[in-house]
Design a protein around this ligand. Structure first.
Ligand SMILES: [Zn+2]
Length: 616
């Protein structure tokens, strides 16, 4: 919210919230907002419509009910709702008390949840900005069931663990609170206390999770030369559904699937989420364009730089895991290969630029419809690949003397460290300064434009090659005795596989089209939500069955007839099968690297080029 258009204020009111979680089973927070030092007259309360880090208008006011205003003698005051998220009340004296309830049964990182196992809130769900004065400090008291305790980035009062202080509205909204009987662990890095609060359990090993979290903190702190906070809190939610996280100045909330911690390939993704959210404490929370702080919480804010804020955070999440030793080079390159495969699968990369994808996040990133792969590109996905390219570009141009690290560190020192945003043009200028020359072509082609990002060109400078092959599992299952492939040799492709050009989903024994790739064999013939029932008159049962039959019985160029239900009507459509895109991406070291390739590889991967084994 901005500081303008308010009636003249002689004095600033003091703001005290009391959050009551004593009825957890009803999922309702009872909140009291006590105001003192008011100027008699009309006053205004605004609730945020979005929360930073989640670029989506969600209108938190929809969960607010039973709102009443009282004066210092418990006499009711006039209260009016004047917009979807805005209330106004009349205070005849200098104090007022606003009481309201908030329904909280949405488990997420930017939402709020209250049940008999815990209370969790993201401040945007519970608190109002008073009189459009986001600069005012706020006191918060919490009332919770006996035996519960709180973990949050807010600092508690030294003699009351239920009393917290926030310097301003931004801090209040930026400090989610976990209350309950969660498991709490602490460790020190750089003489700062780090708390890990874990709610729920699954196949995790708490001790290992905390130790690995600490390793992430140490590795990323080393890149920036320290930690810019007094204390930091990790809130981990282990629940039934998928993963997601939200970043804050000195805390994060990460939601994991209970089973996300074993085997290694799943745990690898869990570590990536922690590394991503933690890295944000620099990148986006402190290093950010002007528009991303202080925030206007009443409407969408626009930036062309989310590819740097989110994509580069993704890049450094993986790279810091490599540098920390938690990922091997193989783990790292497997993750990059997966990202590259996902990127090259999407025709939308030729339609939407990274700058546009960032600007239009409000329209698409959180509302990905069935056409998204054809018309959009994710600034996370392409942004992370551009991060690799730009890092390797700088390393090559400077003979490994500088890297993308220097760009982020300079932006932090010049702006983030002082709590300042920067004009958008500063990003390219700083990258050029570090690279020692123009990057106009790079930015023009890959950020403002939609040129194909051939990552191979940059990886080659580090002695790495990308192999894109088509693998037909059927052929390999028959030869379990096959020799394992030599990682330094290019793999061979199996014969081309037939491709229908759709992504499907199975829903209640029905096989539905999720995406019809355009361009693609089925473009114009099959639509999203078509229920596919038969392939050449033989019934289709599920996505796996469709895939198996295409792989075993058909070849590219064959014409198939698909029977389908569209809006309840039975139709038949003929499709000429195409060549399946490569389904197996691998990044391997080249056979005879030059000294320059070895050096770039070692600088980037933080590990020398492996020496060949002497004996066989
Ligand atoms: Zn992020």
């Amino acid at each position: 919210m901005k500081q303008n258009s308010m009636p003249t204020q002689q004095t600033a009111p003091t703001i005290t919230y009391t959050v009551d979680c004593l009825e957890p089973g009803r999922h309702v927070y009872h909140v009291t907002l006590d105001l003192a030092g008011l100027t008699p007259g009309a006053h205004r309360l605004d609730m945020a419509v979005w929360t930073p880090g989640s670029y989506e208008v969600v209108d938190y006011a929809r969960h607010v009910f039973d709102m009443q205003a009282f004066d210092g003698h418990a006499e009711a005051l006039a209260l009016r709702k004047i917009a979807k998220s805005t209330w106004e009340f009349d205070a005849p004296t200098t104090s007022a008390s606003i009481r309201y309830s908030v329904y909280a049964f949405e488990l997420g990182t930017s939402t709020s949840h209250l049940d008999d196992s815990h209370a969790y809130w993201n401040g945007a769900n519970l608190f109002f900005c008073v009189d459009q004065r986001p600069d005012l400090p706020v006191e918060i008291h919490v009332r919770a069931p006996a035996g519960w305790y709180a973990s949050t980035g807010l600092t508690p009062d030294s003699d009351d663990p239920w009393h917290f202080h926030a310097d301003n509205f931004d801090i209040l909204l930026d400090s989610p609170v976990e209350v309950g009987t969660h498991r709490r662990y602490t460790f020190m890095v750089d003489q700062k206390v780090h708390t890990v609060a874990i709610w729920g359990s699954g196949n995790q090993d708490d001790e290992k999770l905390v130790a690995d979290t600490r390793t992430i903190v140490e590795t990323q702190a080393a890149m920036f030369g320290g930690l810019p906070y007094e204390h930091y809190t990790f809130i981990f939610h282990l629940a039934a559904r998928g993963t997601g996280g939200l970043e804050h100045l000195n805390s994060t909330t990460c939601g994991f699937d209970r089973q996300a911690f074993r085997p290694w390939k799943r745990y690898r993704r869990a570590l990536y989420l922690i590394a991503h959210e933690f890295f944000h404490l620099w990148n986006v929370k402190r290093i950010h364009p002007d528009m991303l702080g202080p925030f206007d919480y009443s409407q969408e804010v626009y930036t062309h730089l989310l590819w740097a804020m989110e994509g580069f955070t993704d890049y450094y999440a993986l790279l810091s895991l490599r540098r920390s030793g938690l990922y091997t080079v193989k783990d790292y390159l497997e993750e990059v290969a997966e990202a590259l495969k996902a990127y090259e699968r999407q025709p939308g990369r030729y339609v939407m630029s990274l700058a546009r994808s960032s600007f239009d996040t409000w329209l698409g990133e959180y509302r990905r419809g069935p056409d998204a792969p054809n018309r959009r590109i994710s600034y996370y996905l392409k942004g992370s690949l551009v991060g690799i390219a730009l890092d390797l570009e700088i390393r090559r141009r400077t003979q490994g003397q500088r890297s993308l690290d220097d760009v982020l560190c300079r932006l932090f020192e010049r702006y983030g460290h002082h709590g300042q945003g920067f004009p958008e043009s500063v990003y390219q200028e700083t990258a050029e300064e570090v690279a020692g020359g123009s990057l106009a072509e790079f930015f023009g082609r890959y950020i403002e434009g939609v040129d194909e990002l051939r990552l191979d060109e940059w990886l080659a400078d580090a002695g790495l090659a990308v192999d894109r092959v088509t693998k037909n599992e059927e052929l390999h299952q028959q030869d379990p005795e096959d020799e394992p492939p030599n990682p330094d040799e290019p793999p061979t492709s199996d014969p081309p596989l037939a491709w229908l050009g759709v992504e499907t989903r199975d829903e209640e024994s029905r096989l539905l089209v999720r995406v019809a790739y355009d361009p693609g064999p089925a473009a114009g013939q099959l639509y999203p939500e078509d229920e596919l029932v038969a392939l050449d008159d033989v019934r289709l049962l599920d996505g796996k069955g469709l895939e198996d039959r295409l792989r075993i019985n058909y070849a590219p160029g064959d014409v198939v007839e698909i029977a389908l239900f569209r809006r309840g009507q039975l139709l038949r459509r003929r499709v000429t099968l195409g060549d399946a895109p490569p389904n197996d991406y691998k990044i391997r070291r080249v056979k005879d690297p030059t000294p320059a390739q070895r050096a770039l590889y070692a600088g980037w991967m933080g590990e020398d080029w492996p020496t060949p084994k002497q004996d066989g």
